[in-house]
Design a protein around this ligand. Structure first.
Ligand code: F0G
Length: 457
């Protein structure tokens, strides 16, 4: 196990809250056993998400000062657009306040009730946006991606046979094909260049545009460089340019691979769609040269977009995730192999086989990690994906928890501490009980649901 060298040093620090076990039991009860409802000041190590939680560089903080806050035509907008376009040369690029706003802008223009969107795996907000507009979000990830313990370098790949079948049967109902890099919902697994190229060729056959949900494009590019034959000597920038050369558009959450705390964009080459997206943008987000962001945010995004492609940074980033996964596995935690780019995923059902899938083993494991050590993770299983559009509930395909690493925030000792917390959880795991939901919303219920422990599950 090797912990990678971080190519930066710390310039500003923030204290970490440390609570007693008794205090944590009280806090999680108050939060109705939903980790999203905890106050961050009661969390010791926060692995809830890698989204918007990263540390900005000195250069990004300096860029904030350069922000041009003019309502229209700001210099910051030109900086934003020219930086994006140098890697992702789309004709139309619109800023949005985050990824789901970009998704909403896109889908509100391209979707009609009954339409189908194929994706390797929809992230929950992407699925939510498609379903909200009465469309069907169909996941067609590769079969390797479904095998939790199988080592395959590109488990995020799309199943091209299933894509072809779907298009042969239902091309009229498909407005676009989407591919998510890395495939967050299936473990942060990367997609190979070969797969993107093949998906694009199939899209061309059926005259369908290919969109990339690009949140973690740089981590994906690093996997292509290190795992895909023929790319060893390519720079990250050239890999990124090739990835996007196959796309007709993209949605982006800058909160991930632009190393900022807020922001995103939607881009496309289709003039008619762009016109309608712009109308929606003005109505709901802001004027097209700021799209719901401050000028300074656009500058910080532009700087982060360049910084994230530093190979030394990506080596440290992906290396820290691999170190964490190996260290957890060494103490007996069933981690999903190989580790992805931004998070370690743990198979909660394998860890707690005595907890029924409909009693949410992922939630039970996540709550226990908080109680034992103040570690916040997130359930990615039946709570998140089990609710069906008809209101019934089914066990999700996987019951995992995710520990997502904020970028440039935690060090090796924080990861080692978390491994010790897991050891304590494993010692008492046979006594852990499941949960039931006592309150939930129609969409994205995991964010706000209230839970209650099941006494005798
Ligand atoms: N697409 C993917 C693949 C994502 O992982 C996310 C966000 C989004 C779209 C939406 O972006 O949050 O800026 O609106 N993922 C975060 C996460 C929330 O924790 O994985 P957003």
């Amino acid at each position: 196990m090797h912990y990678p060298f971080e190519p930066y040093r710390i310039k500003a620090v923030e204290p970490i809250p440390i609570l007693s076990r008794e205090a944590r039991i009280k806090r999680i009860e108050e939060a109705r056993y939903n980790l999203f409802l905890l106050k961050a000041e009661h969390v010791t190590i926060d692995f809830l998400t890698d989204s918007g939680t990263g540390a900005m560089s000195a250069a990004q903080w300096a860029a904030l000062q350069q922000g041009d806050e003019s309502y229209a035509g700001a210099r910051s907008f030109s900086h934003f657009i020219s930086t994006i376009r140098s890697y992702m040369p789309f004709k139309h690029i619109f800023p949005a306040h985050q990824g789901r706003a970009a998704e909403h802008l896109l889908f509100s223009v391209v979707m009609k009730p009954g339409f189908i969107v194929p994706n390797n795996t929809h992230f929950d907000t992407t699925r939510g946006n498609v379903e909200y507009l009465k469309g069907e979000a169909v996941d067609i990830g590769s079969s390797e991606g479904m095998q939790a313990s199988e080592e395959h370098p590109f488990k995020g790949n799309m199943d091209c046979d299933r894509l072809r079948n779907l298009l042969e049967k239902n091309a009229d109902l498909v407005p676009l094909v989407m591919i998510t890099v890395t495939d967050n919902a299936s473990g942060g697994q990367p997609v190979s260049m070969e797969n993107i190229r093949t998906v694009k060729a199939i899209c061309d056959e059926f005259n369908k545009p290919l969109f990339i949900d690009a949140c973690r494009f740089a981590e994906n590019a690093y996997f292509i460089k290190t795992c895909e034959p023929g790319y060893e000597d390519h720079s990250i920038e050239s890999i990124v340019r090739e990835m996007f050369s196959y796309a007709d558009g993209m949605t982006m959450s800058a909160k991930k691979d632009c190393l900022v705390n807020i922001g995103g964009w939607v881009a496309c080459n289709n003039d008619a769609w762009a016109q309608q997206i712009e109308d929606q943008l003005i109505l709901f987000e802001g004027f097209p040269t700021y799209g719901g962001l401050a000028g300074r945010d656009l500058d910080a995004i532009a700087v982060g977009l360049t910084e994230v492609m530093d190979e030394a940074y990506l080596r440290a980033r992906v290396g820290a995730v691999a170190y964490f996964a190996d260290a957890l596995e060494a103490v007996g935690v069933p981690v999903i192999r190989p580790p992805g780019g931004h998070a370690v995923f743990v198979d909660a059902l394998a860890c707690l086989p005595h907890v029924d899938a409909l009693a949410y083993p992922g939630q039970a494991l996540a709550v226990s990690l908080y109680v034992e050590g103040g570690v916040r993770s997130v359930e990615v299983g039946t709570v998140m994906f089990g609710k069906q559009p008809d209101g019934t509930e089914k066990p999700a395909k996987r019951d995992w928890i995710r520990l997502a690493l904020p970028r440039r925030v935690y060090t090796q000792s924080h990861l080692d501490y978390t491994v010790d917390v897991f050891k304590r959880v494993l010692e008492c795991k046979d006594n852990l009980k499941g949960f039931r939901i006592v309150r939930e919303q129609a969409h994205l219920r995991h964010f706000t649901a209230h839970f209650e422990p099941i006494k005798n599950s």
